[in-house]
Design a protein around this ligand. Sequence first.
Ligand SMILES: [Ca+2]
Ligand SMILES: [Ca+2]
Length: 374
Amino acid sequence: MNKLLALALGLGLAVAAHGQEPYPFISTPIAEFNEPWAHEFLPDGRLLVTEKSGTIQLVTQDGKKTEITGAPKVAYAGQGGLGDIKLHPDFANNRVVYISFVEPGDNETSGAALAKGTLNLDKNAVEGLEVIWRALPKLAGSNIHFSHRILFDNEGHLFVSAGERNNNAENPDNAPGQKLDNNLGKILRLDDNGKPAAGNPFASQGGIAAEVWSMGHRNPLGIAFDPSGQLWNIEMAPRGGDELNQVHAGENFGYPYLSNGNHYNGKIIPDHDTDTSGKYVAPKAWWNPVISPSSLIFYTGDQFADWKGNAFISGLSSMSIVRVIVNAQTGAAAEAQRFVMGKRIRGIEQGPDGNLWVIEDGAGGRLLKLTPRK
Ligand SMILES: [Ca+2]
Ligand SMILES: [Ca+2]
């Protein structure tokens, strides 16, 4: 199928599915991948794309792909495999990249890990790869909720999200996200060598607690800063109740004591608004039916001027991109618009050109470039 025909079909589906005016963007397929999981732009405008089964692809904006060697060996099962990829803030000088993945452990356990290496673009290779952080403990029997998104702030702190592995979800007192003897069900704040960053809220407790920035998360698949520098996360809830949270140091987001969703087996989890303890932070926006959020960005470009400062969430089961207007001061957040894409959407990034670049989920998942419809 040629690109124009594919484009016409894609647009037709998107418009018909939602029964509204044509969307304000044109979606152009750029390349296809095998279970793409994350995409990241290089300063020269090319992209790194991870594929869940364990490969890294370098792709030009016109779709030419080259495999990058030196990816970590991954435990490819369930939701696990190769994950996120991010450039060091000083990449232009040091060529350092960070890669998250699910690492096999002893006795059929596995867990998320974060590795750091140097990208050699002359050899199309990641070199000197070294694991600098691990989600602990590694667990057996649950190949879900690894999360493992990576994000740098403007001061060089490295944030990593770690899901709760669906562990003790019905036994909140023992759920990892509610305890500080592990780093699951948390957002961690590290230095660029994977060690606890200075000034973390539980630093005085030492050990693994010193990594923790926030807790009580379920499967935080998206972390992003709004234009004011405020951290937000998006996380998959159980049945009903996907959450967009504004995240401050030391906060507890309640799972699994609280969720606006309930367990898949029908057991009730009290909603956030039943909480009178004051210990838990409620989401700023939540969804039921769920959107199955897979990633989060805040848009800062010029191509879609009306959307500056808005959050964009990619959605799996909702097969959509959700635009959310947030107020950084009050924290108020509300869905403003939903673009039905017709495919499970695994990730969204803003390109250096200010266009939105999206990856679909699964076998044959495409990289799509969304440009304004003039
Ligand atoms: Ca929550
Ligand atoms: Ca509930």
